[in-house]
Design a protein around this ligand. Structure first.
Ligand code: HEC
Ligand code: HEC
Length: 259
C-alpha cells in the first residue's frame, strides 16, 4: 500500500523536473512564497484535523503526559524549575555553548542526562525521549515559531539547504521537487504537503505511534530509495535548521496528527 503510493507519486513527478519552479539551490529565498506558507495540517483530512484539535482525543498527549511525569521524577528538577520552556526550546537546533556542537532538543536532553545526571542517554525514538520532547515543545503550542539564523548557524543552514535541493536515490528526486514544487498534489488520498516540521513529534496513523522529524526524513529518503542517515546525525540536524527557518511563521502544533 505504502509502496503503491510512492510508485504512483513517481509517475506524477517524473515529468515535473524540467519545468519546476525552483530547483536551483541558489534561489535567493525559500521555494515557497511567504504568502503561501501552509502547515501540514492544511493537507490532512477533516477528521484528523478534529483529532489534532482535541487535547483529550489526540493520542500525542499520552506522550506529553509521560514527558511531564519524567521531567518531574528523573532529576531534571534538581536544576530546572517547572519554568516555561517555550522560549528556550524554540531556539533549537542551536550551537551548544560548551561543546560548540550543533544540537537539537534531543541532543540537549541527552547532554543533561549524561553530563549532569550521569545517566544513560535515551534512544532517539524511545518513549522517554519522545515524551520529554513533546512535553517541552507543547509548552509553546499555538504560538508562532520564529527562528533566527545567527552567524554561527549559517554554515549549517547552508548545508541543510544544499541537502534539500540535491537529487538522490534510485528515483533521483530532491526534497524540493516534492515539497516546494508539488505540494498540494493529490495521490490516492495522500497529499504532498510543504514538508514542514512545526508539528513534530507527530502521531502518524500509518506509524501507529509518535515519531520525530528525523524519522520522517528517513521515511522520505526511503521513499526515493536513497540511503538513510542516522537519527540525530549531523546531516539531519542541518536539515532541521534549514526546515525550521523555512517554516518560520507557522504555528507550533506539537503534538500534531498526520495521516
Ligand atoms: C516523492 C516525493 C517526496 C520526496 C522526494 C520527499 N518527500 Fe517528504 N513527504 C512526502 C509525502 C507524500 C509525505 C507525507 C504527506 C505530507 O505530510 O507531506 C511527506 C512528508 C514529509 C514531512 C512531514 C510534514 C508534516 O507536516 O508532517 C516532512 C518534514 C518531509 N516530508 C520532509 C522531506 C525531506 C527533508 C525530504 C528530502 C530528504 C523529503 N521530504 C523528500 C513526499 C516526499
Ligand atoms: C545538574 C543540573 C542539570 C540537570 C540535572 C538537568 N539540566 Fe538541563 N540544563 C542545565 C544547564 C546548565 C543548561 C544550560 C545549557 C547547557 O549548559 O547545556 C540546561 C539546559 C537545558 C535545556 C535547554 C533550555 C535552556 O534553558 O537552555 C533543556 C530543554 C534541558 N536542559 C532539559 C533537561 C532535562 C529534560 C533534564 C532531565 C532529564 C535536565 N535538563 C537536567 C542543567 C541541568
Amino acid at each position: 500500500m505504502i509502496r503503491a503510493v510512492w510508485v504512483g507519486l513517481i509517475f506524477i513527478l517524473a515529468g515535473c523536473g524540467e519545468q519546476s519552479k525552483s530547483v536551483s539551490k541558489d534561489a535567493p529565498d525559500f521555494g515557497i512564497e511567504p504568502g503561501e506558507l501552509k502547515s501540514g495540517y492544511a493537507f490532512i483530512s477533516k477528521d484528523s484535523q478534529a483529532l489534532q484539535n482535541d487535547d483529550f482525543g489526540n493520542p500525542g498527549f499520552l506522550w506529553v503526559e509521560k514527558g511531564a511525569q519524567l521531567f518531574g521524577t528523573s532529576g531534571c528538577l534538581d536544576c530546572h524549575k517547572s519554568e516555561d520552556f517555550s522560549g528556550p526550546v524554540s531556539a533549537f537546533p542551536k550551537r551548544h555553548k560548551a561543546t560548540g556542537a550543533l544540537i537539537n532538543l534531543q541532543g540537549q536532553i541527552n547532554y543533561c542526562r549524561s553530563e549532569r545526571l550521569g545517566a544513560a542517554p535515551y534512544a532517539y525514538e524511545s518513549e522517554a525521549m519522545l515524551g520529554l520532547v513533546s512535553f517541552l515543545k507543547n509548552q509553546g503550542a499555538g504560538r508562532q515559531l520564529n527562528y533566527d539564523i545567527s552567524p554561527d548557524l549559517q554554515p549549517h543552514f547552508n548545508a541543510g539547504k544544499d541537502y534539500f535541493y540535491q537529487r538522490r536515490g534510485q528515483l533521483n528526486l530532491s526534497c524540493a521537487q516534492c515539497h516546494d514544487d508539488n505540494w498540494g498534489t493529490k495521490m490516492r488520498g495522500d497529499t504532498i504537503s510543504q514538508g514542514h516540521i512545526n508539528g513534530f513529534p507527530t502521531f502518524r496513523n500509518d506509524w501507529q505511534t509518535l515519531g520525530s522529524a528525523h524519522r520522517r526524513f528517513q521515511a522520505c529518503n526511503a521513499g526515493v530509495r536513497a540511503q538513510q542517515s542516522e537519527l540525530g546525525s549531523q546531516v539531519y540536524l542541518q536539515l532541521e535548521v534549514y526546515l525550521k527557518a523555512r517554516g518560520a511563521g507557522l504555528k507550533n502544533e506539537t503534538p500534531s496528527i498526520r495521516r
